[in-house]
Design a protein around this ligand. Structure first.
Ligand code: NAD
Ligand code: DAU
Length: 335
């Protein structure tokens, strides 16, 4: 099988490329990534000279390039490439629309033109908006995105659906909850708090810290997508989540406790605009139809993740520079 994986130098994409080459060493992978601030070839060091992995630096909005790549006998497209950070989408929504909506449309056109056997759109639970104190997101929950990021992901998802309905393109959409694990860019909650705590810097918790996210170890997300590629019913959406709802402040305190740092580092700061209160995924469909089960429980997964950041300090200190530093100053000022 020949796969075109987009965004394969980012957090989940790079974990997925490594996972797939481990699980299916004979598959050929074309990994296309624009190497934005979030893309990092260091994530792929272990497979630098793997004969079945080809890296191409390109933008998914570049139709000529996407056609040139997909026409090379690609069977399956897995679209991870995206602008992924909610806070950045509040500062700069246009690039989110460009990559997450227009880039998806470019890929869909190329996939249609060259007749791929499947197009997998990697999406997010954030397209469903926010939950109250009870209930879970199912595949039938209405789309109600609240941030420019989630609205742009919902736009991409709707195009994928439309290409299936209108042109019969064989597609699946996956919607996963918050991922954590190795190679996550240190702008996202868990790696941000680990790196700041290690530097004895204040930990900026938004609002009252009681917003809830449903955490999944990145490898469990990868195994779910692998199953969807091989067994997902065409045209179907699959929610992915491991029933690990935690408040943000619980996560931050767990990190501080694990690192032996004082809770006095926590600083409650102004809330994120449009901040979704709670996400929670009902994974019943992927569990019953495809037999997916997460292998990592949160309590051990978070400890492993903290250990990874401790042992890979060079990885995250190197990227805390340049464009990243400018963004952090804009977002967090001198805190
Ligand atoms: P990330 O920001 O770490 O990585 C995104 C990658 O896409 C980067 O390597 C970047 O260089 C690349 N990219 C961005 N714009 C591009 C473009 N125009 N052309 C080509 N490449 C481009 O993101 P992530 O956390 O790994 O998320 C990957 C996907 O999974 C996204 O589609 C995101 O919406 C989705 N998702 C993420 C989570 C999560 O918790 N991180 C949960 C559910 C779904
Ligand atoms: O639910 C899936 C989504 O999870 C993905 O689609 C997104 O790509 C991914 O970025 C993530 O979005 P969140 O907004 O949930 O993740 P983030 O790590 O930015 O924030 C997690 C929670 O922590 C959220 O409630 C905001 C809060 N937070 C975040 C940061 C960066 C803080 O309190 N302080 C912070 O400094």
């Amino acid at each position: 099988m020949k796969l075109l994986i987009t965004g394969g130098a980012g957090f989940i994409g790079s974990n997925f490329v490594l996972y797939m080459l481990e699980q299916h060493p004979n598959y050929q992978i074309i990994n296309v990534d624009a190497l934005t601030y979030a893309g990092n070839l260091e994530n792929l060091k272990a497979i630098e000279s793997h004969p079945n992995h080809t890296f191409v630096k390109a933008d998914i909005t570049d139709a000529k390039m996407m056609n040139e790549l997909i026409c090379q006998g690609v069977d399956v497209v897995v679209n991870f490439a995206a602008e992924s950070h909610v806070d950045r989408s509040i500062l700069e929504p246009d690039v989110f629309v460009k990559t997450n909506v227009m880039g998806t449309q470019v890929l869909l056109d190329a996939a249609k033109k060259y007749g791929v056997t499947k197009f997998v759109q990697v999406s997010t639970d954030e397209v469903y908006g926010s939950l109250g104190e009870t209930g879970l997101f199912t595949e039938r929950s209405p789309l109600a995105p609240n941030s420019p990021y989630s609205a742009s992901k919902a736009g991409g998802d709707l195009l994928v659906r439309a290409y299936h309905e209108t042109f019969g393109l064989p597609v699946n959409i996956t919607r996963c909850s918050n991922n954590y694990g190795p190679y996550q860019f240190p702008e996202k909650l868990i790696p941000l708090m680990i790196s700041r705590a290690l530097n004895n810097e204040s930990l900026p918790v938004y609002g009252d810290g009681l917003n809830i996210r449903d955490w999944l170890y990145v490898e469990d997300h990868c195994s779910a997508i692998d199953l969807v590629i091989h067994h997902g019913q065409l045209g179907e959406v699959y929610n992915i989540g491991g029933n690990n709802e935690r408040t943000n402040v619980h996560i931050v305190k767990t990190i501080l406790n694990e690192l032996g740092k004082p809770e006095s580092l926590i600083t409650y700061v102004e809330d994120r605009l449009g901040h979704d209160r709670r996400y929670g995924i009902d994974p019943a469909k992927i569990t019953s139809e495809l037999g997916w089960k997460p292998q990592h429980n949160f309590e051990t997964g978070i400890k492993e993740t903290i250990r990874w950041y401790l042992s890979n300090k060079e990885w995250w200190t190197r990227i805390q520079s340049g464009a990243y530093r400018d963004y952090m100053t804009q977002q967090y000022g001198s805190r």
